[in-house]
Design a protein around this ligand. Structure first.
Ligand SMILES: CSCC[C@H](NC=O)C(=O)N[C@@H](C)C(=O)N[C@@H](CO)C(=O)O
Ligand code: FE2
Length: 235
């Protein structure tokens, strides 16, 4: 298991549970997550590719309550148990704009960050290539290029608005999870050469999904030639 370096300078206000609530009442008609959207049954499990839940739309959250805190706590538990350093809500079958991460990857070490409704307002110009793994693609690692730093706005688990500037591993993990919230998976960002190194493993996951569910895989990399439309880094 790879580890991050020294403690990262993450904004203290982004830490788990800090800040005061500025939650607005639920507004279903604005497309915010309902109580049903936010419902979950512990123990949570990581959803594997090609489950369509990983491509579904993730709703914004405007209910900052004990249920949301419990969901974030459960997500940290799953993340640590599965040797992760970040986890997004769709990866546990909950299609809402929520991510948790701790680049240290160990409970009690590093900083636990919970971000709700994140938005990237600036991406660094410099791209770094890094070998990434994804909990929804067990055992698969490959190079992905991403901006070295990002500036983001989000809410913490209490609903308080926060601005955070991330660089290094925290920026990498954040961007990986942020992609999940947009339905983008790490292989969507691989170059064709890199994708070729993992294509057979992706096909194996598709086969396992079909065997497990009795359904046809909702997507396949068999004929994928790298024309997938992913969002650019800076918007
Ligand atoms: C580098 S961003 C990876 C974030 C990812 N989160 C969700 O899918 C994740 O946690 N992936 C793990 C496979 C991972 O990177 N684990 C660490 C620590 O064990 C590793 O170095 O493999
Ligand atoms: Fe992932």
């Amino acid at each position: 298991m790879r580890r991050s370096g020294p403690a990262m300078p993450l904004a203290a206000c982004a830490r788990r549970g800090l800040g005061s609530s500025s939650a607005a009442p639920p507004a279903e008609d604005e497309g915010f997550a309902t109580a049903a959207d936010l419902r979950f049954e512990p123990p949570l499990e990581v959803v594997k590719y090609p489950d369509p839940v990983l491509r579904a739309r993730n709703k914004r959250i405007n209910t900052f309550d004990a249920n949301l805190l419990a969901l974030a706590d459960e997500m940290f538990d799953v993340m640590y148990k599965t040797d992760g350093i970040g986890l997004s809500a769709p990866q546990v079958g909950v299609n809402v704009q929520l991510m948790v991460f701790n680049p240290a990857g160990v409970k009690g070490e590093g900083e636990e960050i919970v971000l709700v409704n994140p938005v990237v307002y600036k991406s660094g110009k410099r791209l770094l290539v890094f070998e990434e793994g994804c909990l929804s693609f067990p055992g698969i690692y490959a190079n992905v290029a991403r901006p070295e730093s990002v500036k983001i706005e989000a809410q913490d688990v209490t609903g308080t608005k926060i601005k955070v500037h991330l660089s290094g591993l925290p920026a990498r993990v954040f961007q990986h999870e942020f992609d999940h919230l947009l339905g983008i998976l790490f292989f969507d960002r691989m170059t064709m050469d890199v994708l070729e190194t993992v294509r057979e493993e992706l096909k194996n996951l598709e086969k396992k999904y079909e065997e497990r569910t009795g359904l046809t895989s909702p997507e396949t990399v068999e004929n994928y030639k790298g024309t997938k439309d992913v969002f650019s880094f800076s918007r």
